[in-house]
Design a protein around this ligand. Structure first.
Ligand code: IPE
Ligand code: IPE
Ligand code: MG
Length: 233
């Protein structure tokens, strides 16, 4: 692996899309595409620290994905269970901290318990923070923040800091770079608050084919971007 490019995106976010199409092209059931997607995630987690990435968030299940057939939803839940039961030990050895982002509402209690267990087990790790966004929706997150403020009895105007403090992971730095695989060019309700100034990178590669070299290419593109945040260059 080459030396980290500068400037390095510290927080890279990935919309892991294209599992279904990957499977369809092979005449396989969609769930095998999702399983292959887990291997791609493992490759990317291994490659990220060498590229200088400290935070890696991955969109794994959106609040809109509940609209999919129940067989697919059940399959995705079981992939998450298996991933956590089998991989937490390895994540610990790799010094990877797990933080889930999303609402636990609607998840079965055993899945929510496994998430809490995995977070606890990896809580002292610090090389890379892996943030699976599971049952995550950007609009829902903002709505939850507003409702938390209402529940606190806040009256009068709120400001941006009030909202930020009530996001699911308030201390997480905003994503510097958002990657979407599979040729789609939209955010699909990912990082609605935090992604307003993220650089965007789209690739036709389907998620199960994505690897460390693909990630390195995206990071190299990022290094050439000029971020102005609305100010003059
Ligand atoms: C992304 O792959 C994974 C999830 C949304 C859970 P898709 O399942 O959306 O794959 P395509 O877009 O149908 O190919
Ligand atoms: C976005 O992909 C959500 C995840 C990758 C988890 P989708 O496949 O659900 O998005 P749309 O429906 O194409 O916008
Ligand atoms: Mg998709």
């Amino acid at each position: 692996m080459n030396a980290p490019c500068t400037p390095v995106p510290f927080h890279v976010a990935i919309i892991m899309d294209g599992n279904g199409r990957w499977a369809k092209r092979r005449g396989l059931p969609r769930l095998l595409g999702h399983r292959a997607g887990v291997h791609a995630l493992e490759r990317v987690v291994r490659a990220a620290p060498g590229l200088g990435i400290t935070h890696l968030s991955v969109y794994a299940f959106s609040t809109e994905n509940w609209q999919r057939p129940s067989t697919e939803i059940l399959g995705l839940m079981s992939i998450l269970r298996v991933y956590l039961k089998r991989k937490v030990r390895e994540l610990k050895e790799r010094d990877v901290r797990l933080l889930f982002c999303g609402t636990r509402a609607g998840l079965s209690p055993d899945v929510a318990d496994l998430m809490a267990w995995a977070e606890e087990e990896t809580s002292s790790n610090s090389l890379l923070t892996l943030i699976p966004c599971f049952n995550y929706g950007g609009r829902q997150e903002i709505l939850d923040a507003v409702n938390a403020l209402v529940a606190e009895g806040r009256s009068g105007p709120v400001d941006q800091e009030d909202i930020r403090r009530h996001l699911y992971l308030p201390d997480l730095p905003d994503p510097d770079l958002i990657i979407r695989t599979s040729g789609e060019q939209r955010l699909s309700n990912f990082w609605a608050w935090q992604g307003t100034y993220s650089e965007l990178y789209f690739t036709d590669t389907l998620w199960p084919d994505f690897d460390g070299e693909c990630l390195e290419r995206a990071v190299q593109h990022f290094a050439d971007r000029e971020r102005r945040y609305g100010a003059l260059a």
